[in-house]
Design a protein around this ligand. Structure first.
Ligand code: HEM
Ligand SMILES: *[C@@H]1O[C@H](CO)[C@@H](O)[C@H](O)[C@H]1NC(C)=O
Ligand SMILES: *[C@@H]1O[C@H](CO)[C@@H](O)[C@H](O)[C@H]1NC(C)=O
Ligand SMILES: *[C@@H]1O[C@H](CO)[C@@H](O)[C@H](O)[C@H]1NC(C)=O
Length: 502
């Protein structure tokens, strides 16, 4: 099927050879080096399999800044901390627009979504400011800490049930459920989760549509390689995304409408969640937020926040269970710092250096956004002596950086110790560790994501010992580490383990 479609594309697109040969050399200098493009398809076939891995292979031959032609799409790939710093920081303004997948040009989503709005638009600047000042600031996150503590308490109870029954539990599923719940309780103060009752309706519906949406959005497709074919939507991807998007917008709109009705009651008690904060702002004038924008902000947070954080948590647990010695070290630190306190709070994190080193290493070893969020060049720009032409798609291959032996000793082994006593964090200043990106468009949810990640891993490790299903030998390691590419790099089969109450 894939080949059939490609064949049709090849025929229709015959003229694109002309475009390709015309673009070999820009007027302002030479393009970055790269593998020779074939006529019409360019380098598409060199991208087989996981894009971050095949791009890393190409970088080994052609260097840290390469250019590719994917169909008619001119693409530049940066694979070193130095090139990442050039693009995200030094020349950040030229590369601050997102490269938008063809599939999201539907229902005006491309114009309304936080992730895809142009960086010089007033709307994007407004949303960034709302996020920085009102949602993800330290004070704002303290306000919603109570909701998250409650969610973690429920998780601990859920795990305790398994340990009392001496049962193996699906840790992967529990991290996803809990993380969705953490995001939803922060946004809307609602309890989505009922671990026992998997048929909890709202949860199921949301999950289904979020999964549907993210499944189709991460993978580049024919419409992206041949933008002039995008209106035809040959693979039907935009149609499928549209279906999930409309359902999600409907669900979120329902919640917002309900809250607006509640707020009109004279005895309404403020919930102090994101939604109340946003609706408060809509009533003030200086943020100029509309209800439609609020619905989109909520949806953006659900889409960008749940799967990424959940996948990272699951990877953290996978590596800790594969390395009982590291888990023991972490547990010893938690015991000496927290004592009998069972639920970990955001404010405890700074006193837990081994936990911090562990989370850094998880971000290095399992970056869930291995190629970050692709950008687009706003104008012809010089980088490292090469010209990056206007409208080129820019990919930062963070995954290639995480596996570079010139940067990390033994990059293929999981060693939190490499970060102990080092002044490296993931907040965007150290370009060898940029799981959240960097520069103007850095992930705004980072403060929330890192809090929930720290607290959840700490809660699971502090209160329980774990026995991994399938052992920890080399073969088990390979199996446990198998992943699937999508919006977030997910574990292929969920983590299963037996909790033992301590
Ligand atoms: C482990 C968890 C997460 C990871 C690894 C992650 C990673 C990223 C990355 C790499 C980007 C692109 C940055 C760039 O272009 O430089 C991004 C953007 C974004 N993230 Fe996250 N993220 C995570 C969690 C979250 C959470 C919890 C939220 C919200 C609550 C969130 C909201 C967003 C939004 C709205 C954007 C788009 C920002 C813009 O384009 O202006 N993310 N994230
Ligand atoms: C959510 O659950 C907690 C305890 O489990 C409860 O105190 C709270 O009232 C619940 N919130 C809603 C909106 O049901
Ligand atoms: C298009 O997307 C589908 C589903 O997301 C994916 O399986 C397929 O490999 C993609 N096609 C191409 C040519 O990348
Ligand atoms: C970003 O995109 C907008 C709208 O497409 C465009 O007007 C603007 O020039 C772009 N800016 C940059 C820096 O690429």
């Amino acid at each position: 099927m894939e080949y059939f479609v490609l064949l049709i594309v090849a025929l229709i697109a015959a003229w694109s050879t002309v475009v390709l040969s015309r673009r070999r050399r820009g007027p302002g200098g030479k393009f970055p080096p790269g593998p020779r493009p074939l006529p019409i398809v360019g380098n598409i076939f060199q991208l087989r399999g996981d894009p971050h891995k095949s791009l890393a292979e190409l970088a080994k031959t052609h260097g840290p800044l390469i250019s590719l032609r994917l169909g008619t799409q001119f693409t530049v790939v940066a694979s070193s901390p130095e090139m990442a710093a050039e693009i995200l920081q030094k020349r950040g303004n030229a590369f601050s627009n997102r490269s938008i997948p063809a599939a999201v040009y539907i229902y005006g989503f491309d114009k309304a979504s936080w992730n895809t709005m142009p960086a010089d638009s007033a709307a994007w600047k407004r949303i960034r400011r709302v996020g920085r000042e009102q949602l993800f600031s330290h004070q704002a996150l303290q306000k919603t800490e109570g909701q998250r503590q409650e969610t973690l308490r429920k998780l601990a109870e859920h795990v305790r049930g398994f340990s009392e029954r001496d049962q193996v539990m699906n840790v992967g599923e529990a991290t996803f459920t809990t993380m969705t719940d953490l995001v939803f309780s922060t946004l809307f103060s609602i309890n989505l989760t009922d671990y026992g009752a998997a048929d909890s309706l709202a949860n199921k519906e949301f999950r289904e549509h979020v999964n549907g949406f993210t499944r189709y959005i991460g993978v580049p497709n024919i419409s992206d390689f041949y933008p002039f074919l995008a209106p035809l939507d040959l693979q039907g991807i935009r149609r499928k995304i549209g279906h999930h998007l409309r359902s999600l917008l409907g669900l979120v709109e329902g919640m917002v409408q309900r809250r607006m009705r509640q707020r009109r009651d004279s005895d309404y008690n403020k919930m102090n969640d994101f939604l109340d904060t946003l609706l408060d702002m809509a009533e003030q004038t200086h943020y100029e937020l509309t209800i439609k924008q609020i619905i989109h902000i909520c949806l953006d947070i659900i889409i960008a926040g749940s799967d990424t954080s959940a996948a990272t948590t699951q990877w953290a647990m996978v590596e800790l269970l594969l390395h009982p010695d590291k888990l023991a070290k972490l547990k010893a630190e938690l015991k000496s710092v927290l004592g009998d306190k069972s639920i970990v709070e955001g404010s405890d994190i700074s006193r837990l250096p081994y936990l911090q080193a562990t989370i850094n290493e998880v971000f290095r070893f399992h970056p869930v956004a291995p190629i970050l969020g692709p950008r687009e060049a706003g104008e012809d720009t010089q980088v490292n002596g090469y010209t990056i032409p206007k409208n080129a798609k820019i990919i930062i291959n963070f995954w290639a950086i995480t596996r570079d032996p010139n940067i990390w000793q033994n990059p293929e082994s999981f060693e939190p110790e490499r970060f102990l006593g080092k002044d490296i964090n993931f907040e965007g200043q150290h370009f060898e560790l940029i799981p959240f990106g960097s520069g103007r468009r850095i992930c705004p949810g980072m403060p929330l994501a890192s809090r929930v990640l720290f607290c959840m891993v700490a809660t699971l490790c502090h209160n329980f010992d774990w026995e991994l299903e399938g052992g920890t030998d080399t073969k088990a390691k390979l199996l446990q580490r198998e992943d699937v590419f999508g919006l977030a790099l997910q574990k292929k089969s969920p983590l299963k383990a037996r909790p033992i109450k301590v």
